[in-house]
Design a protein around this ligand. Structure first.
Ligand SMILES: NC(=O)c1ccc[n+]([C@@H]2O[C@H](COP(=O)([O-])OP(=O)(O)OC[C@H]3O[C@@H](n4cnc5c(N)ncnc54)[C@H](OP(=O)(O)O)[C@@H]3O)[C@@H](O)[C@H]2O)c1
Length: 337
């Protein structure tokens, strides 16, 4: 079968399309899935460009969506023909995060082989049903970006109608957060380096738009928009380069979902402001399988569809990553085969 792998030590020029052994038929508790699509996340990019070391010949990509071809003994949740989407943490069924979901050792496309191939045989717990009527590329956006935004706002944030959500940038997680917030009846403030992208965010329902290049102190803008109160929830995607302003921009007693590493992985934190404002700062990595099932159910009950900027062929995976690296995209970039 065809697979996109990464040769050591990584780098987009080290991505290769190879012929691998077919994984065969599922054993007890397993399913065989014909994978048709994946979506690109910043994490996949870090693996592919060598920023996160991985095994030589690793099959890339965390996100995978496709069709069940066969089920092993004891599997009653899926049948051949079902459309499914993979889980970021196959070993995290439900409940709060605890060991071993503090690292990527079981995450497809990082600690174990990923979804950039034609067939996988995995535990049935490594997949959920996909929303009915969605394309495989659309469904693939659920695994990482969509579920992270869902958990941040709904699971951890208990978002309510009328809340104000601040989300940073216009990549995959941020646009999913914008869509979820609007579905929940919340108001959205979004930042971007591009006025053109902000105009696209407005079409999706963002009411307040801030260009973080022309307004370097964007937290002041957030306070002005909210009459000095601040945002109820912040989808914090920048990391050390943006966290101090996110703490300024959140309301007293508000909630910051610490998700991203776009500006790095360590830095100074204004701890006194965090304490004084009694802010809840929640670090998170994606979510559980139960949260993915809840998200899929919510998506089926809504008319929301993910925003996909472009879908590439699997053979164009390096080109797709180069597109993502350029930062010119809005929402998601996918690959389908
Ligand atoms: N913890 C988790 O579970 C989890 C899950 C998914 C992703 N993440 C992390 O979340 C971040 C976003 O991931 P993604 O997949 O959505 O990435 P992505 O699609 O590649 O999004 C990148 C976008 O982020 C925006 N951006 C870049 N630097 C920024 C800055 N300094 N301030 C504000 N926005 C900035 C840019 O938007 P504009 O062009 O509009 O400026 C850029 O297009 C990454 O750090 C990723 O590793 C974490």
């Amino acid at each position: 079968m065809k697979a996109a792998i990464l040769k050591a030590p990584g780098g987009l020029e080290q991505i290769d399309i190879v012929d691998m052994a077919d994984p065969g038929q599922p054993g007890p508790g397993e399913i065989r899935v014909r994978i048709h699509a994946s979506s690109l996340n910043f994490h996949d990019l870090l693996v592919a460009n060598g920023g996160i070391p991985t095994a030589d010949m690793r099959v890339l990509m965390s996100d995978g969506a496709g069709v069940v071809e066969a089920v092993g003994a004891g599997v009653d949740e899926f049948r051949p023909g079902d459309h499914v989407v993979s889980c970021f943490f196959p070993q995290w069924a439900a409940g709060p995060a605890k060991t071993p979901v503090g690292n990527f050792s079981a995450t497809p496309g990082d600690g174990v082989d990923g979804m950039a191939c034609e067939f996988v045989v995995r535990s049935a717990a490594a997949f959920t049903h996909a929303p009915k009527g969605w394309s495989h590329a659309e469904a693939a956006t659920i695994t990482t970006a969509g579920l992270t935004a869902w958990r941040a706002l709904v699971g951890d944030g208990a978002i309510k109608p009328g809340d104000v959500v601040l989300t940073l940038g216009t990549g995959g997680v941020s646009i999913a957060a914008l869509q979820i917030a609007r579905q929940c009846g919340a108001h959205v403030i979004i930042t971007s380096s591009s006025d053109e992208k902000l105009a696209r965010a407005r079409e999706l329902g963002a009411e307040y738009l801030i260009n973080y290049r022309t307004h370097e102190n964007w937290a002041e803008q957030v306070l002005a928009i909210t009459a000095g109160k601040g945002a109820d929830h912040v989808i914090e995607l920048g990391g050390p380069g943006t966290l101090a302003q996110s703490i300024e921009a959140v309301r007293v007693g508000g909630h910051i979902s610490l998700i991203g590493v776009l500006t790095g992985v360590a830095g100074e934190v204004p701890t006194a402001t965090l304490m004084r404002k009694q802010v809840r700062l929640q670090g998170l990595i994606v979510g559980s399988r139960q949260q993915q099932q809840d998200y899929v159910a919510a998506l089926e009950a809504s008319d929301s569809r993910p925003v996909i900027e472009r879908t590439y062929a699997l053979e164009q995976l390096a080109e797709a990553f180069a597109h993502q690296s350029s930062g010119s995209h809005f929402g998601k970039i996918c690959v389908a085969w």
